[in-house]
Design a protein around this ligand. Structure first.
Ligand SMILES: Cc1cc2nc3c(=O)[nH]c(=O)nc-3n(C[C@H](O)[C@H](O)[C@H](O)COP(=O)(O)OP(=O)(O)OC[C@H]3O[C@@H](n4cnc5c(N)ncnc54)[C@H](O)[C@@H]3O)c2cc1C
Length: 411
């Protein structure tokens, strides 16, 4: 599709920013991505990508790369605290593809970032600026003015049709440009580590995801065969002062170390003390845009990661916003429509993520009722319960953007 002379600036070359850049470039936009880091993210840990995001990534040309680098677990083993065997194995694998038309996969976050970056580099109309020191955005009647302090100390000023903040949970676009709120610390932190594949032999299934519940904490692990690694994340409570005040311990503190869970103990023994640490914060605001400045991904709606949907929602945001930015008469109309299409769904996913945390961290005897419900849903209950989530297609036909007339070439 040919472009209409529109230039879109995006802050952040994360999953949201690069997906949006790609989707816009396919519609012919001129895209400039501003990233404060010197390169795309090459650290991090695992990421689960459900069919609702995979459809979008496939259409952006990433299917082959994803098939190589991602892994499709057979199912999710659910372990109540101290359980010797899984309470249930929730089906993924073929069941997901058969029902929702795309795989449910896990992969290393840096591999997805790399695939997106390689795809962006193939478009002459995407300009990625790394090491950006600062940017200013001014919205006025005839569009947006952007000034960027680049890595080499030079400054560039330009006019743009829209400016999209995809700059994550602590988004400057949200707090400094739109004057929105700071993120809210949840009281939970994520301890993340990748281990050699062999390190968890006999502890968890090598071809499935494992979720281990505990009183006030839980762990998630899954294989990353492309890297011959296992991804392990442990979520624990931590005070705000410790988590955000630089006083966090170097390894998870285990008040429950003596409690009866050999599997937890084995996981921790395998992990050693090389953990990465990430405070889990959310973003609570309804103001996702003003004029031609908008927010997507974590910048707009960071959520607790307990349904593994934060990045997936960012990908959906990008798929919906891109055609609107290219077809609506003005940026404000595009952003208004984007928000109206996204708000309810994202709120529902956010609520689900929070309520999962509540269920995962229950203490006895509430766990008895929880486990009875999980067992009663069996191996396929989640496929029906979450069909609204996984069966959603944000942009069914990318060749046909939403039916609005394209008028003047804006800037
Ligand atoms: C432990 C854990 C596990 C998770 N697991 C999953 C999962 O399995 N599936 C899933 O879908 N989601 C998962 N999530 C959520 C997911 O990581 C986020 O929702 C996702 O990364 C958001 O992407 P984003 O592009 O919006 O933000 P980010 O990934 O944070 O990217 C923001 C980018 O903006 C850049 N930036 C920031 N400030 C500036 C600035 N001022 N100027 C220029 N650039 C800037 C950053 O450097 C970064 O590159 C998980 C989260 C956690 C903590």
């Amino acid at each position: 599709m040919s472009g209409n002379g529109r230039t879109i600036y995006i802050a952040g070359a994360g999953i949201a920013g690069m997906t949006l850049a790609l989707a816009l470039a396919k519609f012919g936009a001129t895209v400039v991505v501003l990233e404060r880091n010197k390169q795309v993210q090459d650290v991090g840990a695992g990421l689960q990508i459900s069919p609702n995001a995979r459809h979008i990534l496939n259409r952006l040309g990433l299917d082959k790369g994803l098939t190589t680098r991602a892994f499709e677990p057979d199912g999710i083993d659910i372990y109540p605290y101290g359980a010797k065997h899984p309470l249930v194995t929730m089906q993924l694998g073929r069941a997901m593809t058969d029902l929702f038309g795309a795989p449910y996969a896990v992969m290393h976050r840096a591999d997805l970032a790399d695939l997106l970056h390689r795809a962006c580099k193939r478009f002459a109309n995407i300009d990625m600026l790394f090491g950006v020191r600062a940017y200013d955005v001014v919205s006025h009647a005839r569009g947006i003015s952007v000034t960027v302090d680049e890595a080499d100390g030079k400054s560039r000023s330009a006019r743009a049709f829209a400016f999209i903040g995809a700059d994550g949970v602590n988004s400057r676009t949200r707090t400094d440009v739109l004057m929105g709120p700071a993120s809210t610390y949840s009281g939970m932190v994520a301890w993340r580590i990748t281990l050699e594949q062999s390190a968890l032999e006999g502890v968890v299934a090598p071809d499935r995801t494992s979720v281990l519940f505990g009183p006030g904490f839980h762990a998630v692990c899954y294989p990353l065969p492309y890297r011959k690694q296992f991804n392990l994340v442990l979520f624990t409570k931590m005070s705000r002062e410790q988590a955000l005040g630089g006083a966090a311990p170097k390894t998870p503190q285990l008040p429950w170390a003596a409690a009866p869970s050999p599997r937890f103990k084995a996981l921790l023994a395998a992990a050693g003390d090389n953990w990465g640490f990430w405070p889990c914060s959310t973003v609570e605001t309804d103001d996702w845009y003003e004029g031609g400045v908008g927010l997507i991904g974590d910048a707009a709606h960071a959520m607790l990661p307990f349904q593994a949907q934060g990045a997936v929602m960012a990908i959906e945001d990008a798929a919906i916003l891109a055609p609107l930015l290219m077809t609506e008469t003005g940026p404000e109309g595009a952003l208004r429509r984007y928000v109206s299409l996204r708000r309810e769904r994202v709120a529902k996913v956010k609520k689900l993520s929070a309520s999962n945390g509540f269920a995962f961290h229950m203490e006895w005897p509430l766990t008895l009722a929880r486990d009875a419900v999980i067992a009663s849903q069996g191996t396929r209950g989640h496929l029906k319960r979450l069909a609204w989530l996984y069966g959603y297609d944000a942009a069914p036909d990318p060749a046909t953007p939403p039916p609005r007339t394209v008028r003047s070439g804006a800037n």
